[in-house]
Design a protein around this ligand. Structure first.
Ligand SMILES: Nc1ncnc2c1ncn2[C@@H]1O[C@H](COP(=O)(O)OP(=O)(O)OP(=O)(O)O)[C@@H](O)[C@H]1O
Length: 502
């Protein structure tokens, strides 16, 4: 123990904190303390208990037993989210809870203890300045980018008080590279000022880059707690998923079917047997291409093996064997209140039920159990509502729905490994590659170069109308990023369609 930590009270301390949801023990006797200025990465597989721990500190979920302290103050079980916020605890989620049709100023004051007190413009502007933002206080939050909304949420944590504890729950999952870097330097700045930071992310490079210490949760218990210098990316992945196997790349055997899609006049081609990426900026055109192919943007026609392929809506796409795993999985497709198994089978009841409308319980159960095993879905039973699963395990259900219930002819994946743990990532990569090898055309759209590099054999890099193509080789990940940055530079003699082969 250093001299400093011997005399300074921890900013945040857990003492035997336990949380039960019915028969599920989400956290089991968590004991740990975090010092002022520390940046701690909190890692663990989907369902390990990370969000539950944050919810307890945020006052959103009382502990079943045990307690936590802020400095020397033991926090009551009955504390409300507003009261805990007034004590200097800020939680930043991937999509911050702000009210879109109110101004930045109103949002800054919404969560204050006296919510109807008159907003103080000078105080609000000062808080925004501390997060490095010069946003217009009267601008509607709906008009802000995700990165800007996160800054507003952070500024809210600085309004009229000192931020003491900052909890980050997958804050960079939907951010681009620049915004991620900006957020990371802000986190470092807060830590220098004495804030205790706990950072949850499945993006291991982010954790290794920013955190000084790593705590690993597994099934609600702390299984490792040590300095970041104990880990590199490989060690960390192994610590999180001890049974992790490397995904072997077998030789490409290209099949007959060839899908041809035009993007801004440039033909993009996809063949069965290989996994092809579409890589671009966050929210870029790569996702729109998938949506068009799935009929989400109205009638769309393209060419499959020389024949016209027409989709008019998602149902017609599904009938032709085109499946899409959407990027925004919480929004697109899971139905609250329905069971895990029902959610998995939802679009397929009619097609796999045969003559009746229902799937025989045995067939359904066996299919569900096999998908669950392949994706290592953890949580309650198949009959439990989907709401009782952790965020990552909910996502895995949607992946199971589109990948494992019926075999697709064309599989469209938008950021398929985002938000899932490292073990499930490897399982998804393996399953996707096996599908391609068995004759499915697979297209992966992502704004993450490492995701494309881990799954794809080849990728198109897209920036507006510009397209570049690259085949997987050593340093694929870095090369994709360099290509994208290059395309994003203003082009002196820019042509509308620029197809360069490496
Ligand atoms: N409202 C709820 N009702 C019942 N069980 C729940 C509820 N919320 C969470 N759980 C269970 O508590 C456990 C911990 O879930 P938690 O959301 O904290 O995990 P997590 O580590 O944040 O996972 P992820 O990485 O998937 O977000 C899981 O087994 C989950 O199924």
């Amino acid at each position: 123990m250093s001299l400093a930590s011997a005399v300074v009270a921890p900013r945040l301390e857990f003492r035997n904190l336990t949380v039960d949801f019915g028969a599920t023990r989400a956290l089991n006797a968590i004991t740990a303390s975090i010092q002022p200025g520390e940046i701690v990465g909190l890692l663990g597989h989907n369902g390990a208990g990370k969000t539950t721990l944050f919810n307890v500190v945020a006052g959103a979920n009382p502990a079943t037993s045990g307690t936590f302290l802020l400095g020397y103050e033991e926090i009551s079980q009955k504390i409300t989210p507003r009261e805990i916020a007034s004590k200097g605890v800020t939680v930043l989620y991937q999509d911050p809870a702000l009210t879109g049709n109110l101004s930045v100023l109103d949002n800054l004051y919404l969560a204050q203890l006296a919510p109807f007190s008159r907003p103080d413009r000078a105080q609000a502007a000062a808080a925004l300045e501390r997060v490095g933002s010069d946003l217009d206080l009267d601008q509607l939050v709906d008009t802000l980018s995700l990165g800007e909304r996160q800054l507003v949420a952070l500024a809210r944590g600085l309004l009229g008080k000192d931020m003491k504890v900052l909890l980050l729950d997958e804050p960079t999952a939907a951010l681009g590279l620049k915004e991620t870097e900006a957020l990371h330097s802000l986190i470092r700045k807060f830590a220098k000022e004495g804030v205790a930071v706990v950072y949850v992310s499945h993006r291991l490079p982010d954790i290794l880059q920013v955190c000084q210490r790593i705590i690993i949760l597994s099934a609600g218990e702390i299984v490792a707690d040590g300095p970041v210098t104990d880990y590199d990316a490989r060690k960390l992945a192994r610590a999180l998923a001890p049974g992790l196997l490397e995904v072997e790349r077998s030789e490409l055997v290209l099949g007959q079917a060839l899908l041809s899609v035009k993007h801004a006049g440039t033909p993009l081609s996809f063949r069965e047997g290989e996994v092809v990426g579409l890589f671009g900026m966050a929210g870029g055109e790569q996702f729109a291409i998938l949506e068009r192919l799935f009929g989400l943007k109205g009638k769309y026609s393209t060419v499959l093996s020389g024949l016209l392929l027409e989709v008019s809506n998602p149902l017609s796409a599904m009938k032709q064997g085109i499946h899409l795993v959407p990027a925004d999985r919480e929004k697109d497709g899971l139905i609250s209140g329905m069971s895990a198994a029902e959610n998995t089978f939802l679009p397929w009841y009619r097609t796999i039920a045969g003559r009746g409308w229902w799937v025989s319980r045995d067939t359904g159960n066996a299919d569900y159990d096999s998908a669950r095993e392949r994706l290592n879905i953890l949580g309650p039973t198949r009959a439990s509502t989907i709401d009782q699963f952790s965020g990552g395990n909910r996502q895995k259900h949607l992946i199971a729905r589109w990948m494992f219930v019926k075999r697709p002819k064309i599989l469209l994946l938008a950021q398929p490994t985002q938000g899932v743990d490292v073990g499930a990532k490897a399982d998804i990569v393996r399953a996707v590659r096996a599908m391609a090898a068995q004759g499915t055309i697979v297209i992966v759209a992502s704004a993450e170069s490492d995701e494309i590099a881990s799954i794809c054999d080849r990728s198109y890099i897209l920036f507006h109308d510009h397209v570049r193509e690259r085949t997987a080789a050593k340093g694929f990940d870095e090369q994709l990023l360099a290509d994208l940055l290059d395309l994003a530079q203003p082009q002196p003699h820019s042509q509308p369609d620029l197809l360069q082969k490496n």
